[in-house]
Design a protein around this ligand. Structure first.
Ligand SMILES: [Zn+2]
Length: 504
């Protein structure tokens, strides 16, 4: 065994792709890559299984069950239903410092059902949810890496704790602010977050926006709209006035601001004056402070709308997150590993599929990306958000984007569901799991690296003190997407995969 390892070490030492490292690659990293490699099929099957479950946020019961079963069988200790959220889990292996966490999301999006590998719109189940962002592959990468790191810790007797966290309902930006508030990451030294993309890359700096998601519920008095409208107090009028009021307010907001809403309840039929109506807002700004100011103003606008209509209102904060950021030291480590692992080799069918979809979707038919991205800081803050934002201000975060999707295809559209259960996704997932696992091992075997990450992190946040935007008593909405999932799940079962992924 020792001899074999020595030979492997020699082979890697002279391997051209190891040039990113100044010295020979440690044997622990050689080993962790081998474990991922021998689990290619299991990683693919896990991602595909979750693709066909296609569970919406907070309803990811089957996906969560499958992942925790795999980890439990491997000897991780499982805690389920974190913060009262049934699909949320934490799987722990090892003990002591450092404590390294990997977390990711695995929810689908509504109405995006799509048959894999088909470049025209062909839902598996008409109107059903689908994985049109490829979060199913995030799960495969996280579990593949977790499994390989655990095997490596065991093989080389590495100290430290590995925590694997399943975070539900990212598409509604819900779970991680609650997990942070409830202390699940309190002892964690560094975290990694894998996410699907079309590139193999990492980043550092301020990446995304802050967001407050809140429902404004207006209550009035119902009445017959024709015979006694003077008896009524119209809650829908209040919703409309709040909407108009906010539009007037928009003109005076900084251009960085971004907010949008839907009316989720606006009465039942025209001859009954609605005594209840709800408008659900996403308020977005570049900082937690700025988004809080907008939210406070929105409450005043709601108060005005209530006053004008003789109704009352209440606010329910569904979720609230800080902007995401990523740590430079973590990014440098991840980047070296990305270069070492290298881009998957795409075959002609995979390139043809990518080009056909790009042509059908009217984007430049460049095919799949052939080279890993260069390392750079975030150039401009994206107006999107991710519910891991809070965590990124508390602990150094390494974000890894792995190449399992097709360039130019926008997420949350059926077309983004074409690739996530094909060989493109499988190859990208294996590459992603390798780079992720190798980066975790780097931090496990080199305490100085962690010290450096903590030091650069302190400089990066420059004294900003994190304070959760969630009210202390706020509970996560567990029934979100429940009805929709209950309607479609029985129809979707026909596509569930029979075979279970077997990691070894
Ligand atoms: Zn996502």
């Amino acid at each position: 065994m020792t001899q074999i390892r020595f030979l492997c070490l020699l082979a890697i030492f002279f391997h051209p792709s190891s040039m990113g490292f100044s010295q020979a690659v440690p044997q622990e990293k050689d080993f962790v890559l081998e474990v991922v490699e021998r689990n290619r099929e299991a990683i693919a099957l896990l991602g595909d299984s979750i693709f066909y479950f296609a569970e919406l946020g907070m309803q990811e019961i089957e996906s969560s069950k499958l992942m925790t079963e795999i980890l439990e069988e491997e000897g991780f200790t499982i805690e389920r239903a974190l913060s009262g959220m049934p699909p949320a889990f934490m799987a722990v292996y090892g003990s002591g410092k450092p404590v390294i966490a990997i977390h990711t999301e695995f929810d689908s999006t509504p109405g995006n059902s799509q048959t894999p590998e088909v470049t025209e719109h062909r839902p598996l189940v008409e109107g059903a949810p689908g994985h049109a962002e490829g979060h199913n592959v995030n799960a495969a990468v996280m579990i593949g890496a977790a499994f390989a790191v655990k095997k490596t810790m065991e093989e080389f007797n590495l100290g430290g704790t590995l925590k694997i966290v399943g975070a539900p309902a990212e598409e509604q930006l819900i779970s991680r602010p609650y997990l942070v508030r409830d202390g699940y990451f309190d002892d964690v030294d560094i975290v990694f977050h894998p996410h699907i993309g079309s590139r193999f890359s990492t980043q550092y700096g301020l990446r995304q926006y802050a967001l407050i998601s809140a429902e404004f519920n207006f209550k009035g008095e119902s009445a017959h709209s024709a015979t006694a409208p003077w008896m009524g107090r119209d809650a829908l009028d209040a919703v409309e006035l709040m909407d108009i009021g906010f539009d007037k307010f928009r003109e005076h907001l900084e251009p960085t601001h971004r907010s949008h809403r839907v009316i989720t309840s606006g009465g039942v039929q025209p001859n009954v004056i609605p005594d209840e109506a709800t408008i659900w807002w996403f308020f977005r700004e570049s900082t937690a402070e700025k988004v809080s100011v907008i939210f406070e103003r929105a409450k005043v606008i709601a108060q005005g709308a209530a006053l004008m209509t003789g109704t009352s209102y209440s606010v329910n904060i569904v979720s609230a997150v800080w902007p995401t950021r990523a740590n430079q030291t973590a990014a440098e480590v991840i980047h070296r590993n990305i270069e070492w692992v290298g881009m998957p080799e795409w075959n002609s069918q995979e390139q043809a599929l990518a080009k056909e979809l790009q042509t059908n979707r009217d984007v430049e038919p460049i095919g799949l990306v052939n080279q890993v991205s260069s390392l750079h800081g975030a150039t401009a803050q994206s107006t999107s958000a991710n519910d891991s934002g809070d965590l990124t201000w508390l602990v150094p975060t390494g974000r890894i984007t792995f190449p399992s999707n097709i360039p130019g295809i926008a997420a949350h559209h059926w077309a983004a569901g074409v690739a996530p259960a094909t060989s493109i996704a499988h190859k990208g997932a294996v590459a992603g799991a390798k780079a992720l696992a190798a980066s975790v091992v780097d931090f496990l075997i080199d305490p100085q690296l962690l010290a450096k990450a903590k030091e650069t992190f302190r400089e990066e946040i420059a004294g900003v003190e994190f304070k959760s935007l969630l009210p202390p008593e706020q509970r996560p909405p567990l029934d979100i997407n429940k009805e929709l999932m209950e309607r479609f799940r029985p129809l979707m079962r026909k596509d569930y995969l029979k075979e279970k992924p077997h990691f070894q």
